[in-house]
Ligand binder design. Structure first.
Ligand code: ATP
Ligand code: MG
Length: 894
């Protein structure tokens, strides 16, 4: 029975029994910050089980896509673990309980295939129950064909379920299928979990627990008011049973990938015994490849892209492991280009979107493999040498230094170093590696701060911060305010009591309306008046978190620490920057709407009137899409939406769907900026009050700035208007010059260019004709110099180099072949003379050589052979003497 059919039957069975069919949630677990990926069918129903939300239906059934990263090391070694798998599940929210769940599971498992069931032999099914769950045991005993000696009691570790937090919990009961003595010893699931394969787990949520110290250490407070059912049946596991396969890598949805990998690498699959413990390493590798390629397909399909953090890193590791396994089996070529389409064909019957979006999916996958292969090429030799040396020196560990160097210089990931070293029986000094990484990170931070502030040493800033606490930024609400000078710092970070006219200082206020550069937004500039002094602020930075430092020049008077003053930003500039920042949010949101959720921000610059926005997307954005994005953004401006910022908890922001970058570290409280109902993003920057204030957004360019990262640049407000107005003027001027309406200018330019090109070609042809037209007459005028026919002539004015050469050859060809002949053509161009000499076969037989004649006339300069030679470079007025020199040489030779 095909996997897609098993899935269909599962849903049909429960739908016929009053369950609502609910689609799978996407793999990334976006609602749960503690979970990277959905790992069970119940995850999307958690709020119902916890009583946080009222379920819209009392019973549900789903087939949920799952990823379990902790199972990655089991893949291929056991018969039953995939990183990606699908979990069939039926759920009851305070509706039926054990007496409903057990018969429903039994019926579907044992009902004959012809009647829509799975047709398992009841005698081969075992059930496990929690120690004291007599209620479940009684129900199991009543199932037709079940026998009490196949019902086993097990402890908390195996048969008690909880979420590891206070809340609902309860006993569970698992169904096992006995695959027979070839797979392992007798004795039931307690003895061998590969022969007795768990395919279905029924969870009975009936207790409330508290005091949770571990999975097995907690206190049961009492019973839940409403009892729930949560079940999970591994789709691949039941498929392996129903398809008579030893493991889930050989079922219809996975096998073709494995078979293709075996074919490419020339590996024979099937060297293992039936039992998982008898697995041959080659077979394990092929299973890993098949599993990982499929997992990569499903992950990218659900919007995950390779990166160095979070979900993207899991994907990257899985892809790399598949590629490395292929190489270890001897395949040197591209793996994903061969295997990914096979995985797509296996999975698209159940997930048609994979076929539809294969263009996007494969672009990411192939680009990632390319990048990884170049990393491998660079690092492998160096690592191999290091391993050999370490072994020769009889050291047990590869040094942290080496691992760091590989990482730092060659981008060789540490987990790969660990894996390769381990294969060679070596450990890696991971502590040493981590120490070097931490040092480097600290250095990089200090460097970056130094570039912004001029000081590598941050201690001066720290002490200012320690003395007065964080500086309050008041610029969200006001553009000027009274404040006190808390500190003045000189060029070396030394505290100054006073600064005078012309001095550059760093100035710290208690409160400030000045925005420090950050989050892509440029700093404010402006004026600070203190006592009798006046300062011009040219830059604002945050060298250490919490401290806002103004870099300023004293325009006049004196400024003292402790004095009161008045700070005022350049409002026009700030407004223009805020317009750009709001525009960036709108472009971000709109790009995602057109290109998909994965088009996330990778960097930005918000400057007065212009912005730059970098984002992740696999290929160039087409002009059509750019046009649509621009139009949609401008439509949002017309809607004049209110821009509103508020502080909230991280969870709430996520729940609201605010855009934030993966792996971004925010404190508990976050600031969310929303533009009406259109865009919502975590952001600390300044914005306009209404979208209408942007006036106009004009996208100028779109380009690549690295693999998978694109950049758009745009103008905002009056700058956008200025740009369009200039373009308009340009078109008007062209229209005037071409004497056509503006919209016809492009056509007219194209016509003109074509006409010009044609005319040039025609001109060239005519010129050649003109030059060559005289060849016949010149040949007839050949003079006889002692039996040698000689023509010496100057080419017509303006003849091109090629034409001169052709002219010499034409004249030579028109002289009777039996007569020895020498043709010399001289030409003038750009104030220089050139000379071409052609000699015919009869002339060569008389000992004449074109190259000798040219060199003779030009005192050694020139090149060619006996038939044809040329030279030049002397002043143009030497043309007659060059011809005379050739003539003289011919006379002498004849
Ligand atoms: P096991 O002990 O075999 O790892 P489990 O106890 O982790 O299984 P559950 O958490 O009860 O499994 O998940 C419910 C069902 O999902 C299991 O009965 C099994 O059929 C399936 N399942 C769990 N993990 C995997 C996996 N890595 N690959 C394929 N199917 C799985
Ligand atoms: Mg498990």
């Amino acid at each position: 029975m095909r996997t897609a059919e098993i899935k269909r039957r599962y849903l049909a069975h429960f739908e016929a029994n009053g369950h609502t069919v609910v689609p799978s949630a996407p793999l990334p677990a976006i609602d749960d910050p503690n979970l990277l990926f959905i790992n069970a069918g119940m995850v999307q129903f958690v709020p119902f089980f916890l009583g946080q939300r009222t379920p819209p239906y009392p019973r549900a059934v789903s087939v949920q896509k799952c990823i379990r990263t902790p199972d990655i090391d089991e893949v291929g070694k056991t018969s039953r673990h995939g990183t990606f798998f699908q979990m069939n599940g039926n759920f009851s929210f305070g509706d039926y309980f054990k007496a409903g769940a057990i018969p429903l599971a039994w019926e579907l498992s044992t009902k004959p295939v012809e009647q829509g069931g799975f047709g398992l032999d009841p005698e081969k099914i075992w059930a496990t129950v929690y120690l004291d769950d007599d209620e479940a045991i009684e129900i199991w005993k009543q199932q037709p064909g079940m026998s009490p000696d196949r019902i086993v009691r097990r402890g908390k570790k195996d048969n008690f379920w909880s979420m590891g937090i206070p809340g609902p919990a309860g006993p569970c009961s698992e169904l096992y299928y006995d695959r027979g003595p070839a797979y392992g010893p007798d004795g039931g699931p307690e003895v061998d979990e590969d022969r007795f394969l768990e395919y279905w787990n029924l969870v009975f949520m009936q207790h409330e627990i508290t005091d949770v110290k571990s999975k097995e250490d907690f206190t049961i407070v009492g019973d839940l008011p409403k009892q729930n059912i949560d079940t999970g049946m591994g789709l691949e596991r039941i498929a392996s049973i129903l398809q008579g396969k030893d493991n889930l890598y050989e079922i219809d949805e996975v096998w073709p990938v494995l078979a293709r990998a075996a074919e490419l690498t020339g590996t024979t699959y099937g060297k293992s015994g039936h039992a998982a413990s008898e697995s041959h390493p080659d077979d394990v590798r092929l299973r890993v490849i098949a599993d990982h390629v499929r997992t990569s397909l499903m992950l990218i399909g659900d919007g995950v892209t390779p990166s160095n953090e979070g979900r993207g890193y899991v994907l990257r590791r899985i892809m790399r492991r598949a590629i490395r396994s292929m190489r270890l089996l001897g395949w040197q070529g591209q793996s994903f280009q061969e295997l990914l389409p096979v995985a797509r064909d296996c999975m698209s019957p159940s997930y048609p979107e994979l076929a539809e979006e294969f263009g996007r999916i494969s672009t990411y996958a192939y680009a990632e493999e390319d990048a990884f292969l170049s990393t491998l090429r660079a690092g492998t030799t160096i690592l191999d040498t290091a391993i050999t040396e370490t072994k020769r020196a009889k050291q047990p560990q590869l040094s942290g230094d080496k691992a760091f160097q590989l990482h730092d210089t060659y981008g060789f990931p540490i987990d790969l170093t660990l894996e390769i070293a381990q294969e060679q029986g070596l450990e890696v000094d991971q502590d040493g590696f981590r120490r070097l990484m931490a040092d480097q990170r600290a250095r990089a931070k200090a460097d970056a701060a130094a570039r912004k502030t001029g000081h590598t040493d941050l201690s001066a800033y720290r002490s200012v911060l320690d003395q007065g606490g964080p500086v309050e930024f008041t610029g969200y609400a006001e553009v000027s305010r009274e404040s006190r000078v808390r500190a003045l710092l000189g060029g070396d970070g030394e505290a100054l009591p006073v600064a005078g006219e012309g001095d550059y200082v760093e100035l710290v206020l208690d409160h400030t309306p000045f925005y420090a550069e950050g989050g892509g937004q440029q700093a404010d500039t402006g004026i600070i008046n203190v006592g009798g002094g006046r300062l011009e602020v040219v830059d604002v930075q945050t060298p250490v978190p919490g401290l806002i430092v103004h870099k300023a020049r004293v325009l006049r008077g004196e400024v003292r620490t402790g004095e009161a003053g008045f700070a005022e930003i350049d409002v026009t500039r700030r407004k223009a920057i805020s317009r750009s920042h709001t525009a960036t949010h709108l472009i971000h949101q709109t790009m995602r709407a057109f290109l998909g959720e994965s088009a996330t921000q990778a960097g930005s610059l918000n400057a007065p009137g212009r912005l730059r926005f970098d984002f992740n997307t696999p290929g160039a954005v087409s002009p059509d899409v750019l046009f649509d994005v621009e139009q949609q953004v401008n439509e949002v401006l017309l809607r004049d939406l209110e821009v509103h910022a508020f502080i909230t908890s991280q969870e709430e922001a996520r729940r609201l769907g605010a855009m934030a970058l993966f792996g971004e570290k925010y404190g508990d409280e976050v600031r969310v900026v929303e533009v009406g109902d259109y865009a919502r993003e975590l952001c600390g920057g300044t914005h306009v009050a209404r979208s209408g204030q942007l006036g106009l957004v004009k996208i100028l360019t779109e380009s690549s700035i690295g693999s998978g990262v694109r950049r758009v640049e745009a103008l905002v407000g009056i700058d956008a208007f200025g740009f369009l107005a200039k373009e308009h003027l340009l078109v008007s001027r062209l229209a005037e010059l071409f004497r056509v309406p503006g919209e016809q200018v492009a056509d007219r330019v194209e016509q003109t260019v074509t006409a010009l090109r044609d005319a040039e070609k025609e001109l060239e042809k005519l010129r050649a004709q003109m030059v060559l037209g005289g060849a016949g007459a010149l040949a007839q005028q050949a003079r006889d110099l002692g039996g040698v026919a000689f023509v010496g002539t100057e080419a017509p004015e303006g003849a091109a180099g090629n034409d001169v050469r052709t002219l010499a050859q034409e004249i030579r060809g028109k002289i009777d072949q039996s007569r020895p002949a020498v043709v010399a053509v001289a030409a003038r161009a750009n104030g220089k003379a050139s000379l071409i000499v052609a000699v015919n076969a009869a002339g060569k037989s008389r000992g004449l050589s074109a190259s000798d004649l040219v060199k003779g006339a030009l005192s050694g300069r020139g090149g060619g052979n006996a038939d044809l030679a040329q030279g030049g470079g002397v002043p143009a007025d030497q043309v007659p003497s060059l011809l005379a020199a050739v003539e003289k040489a011919v006379v002498e030779a004849a």
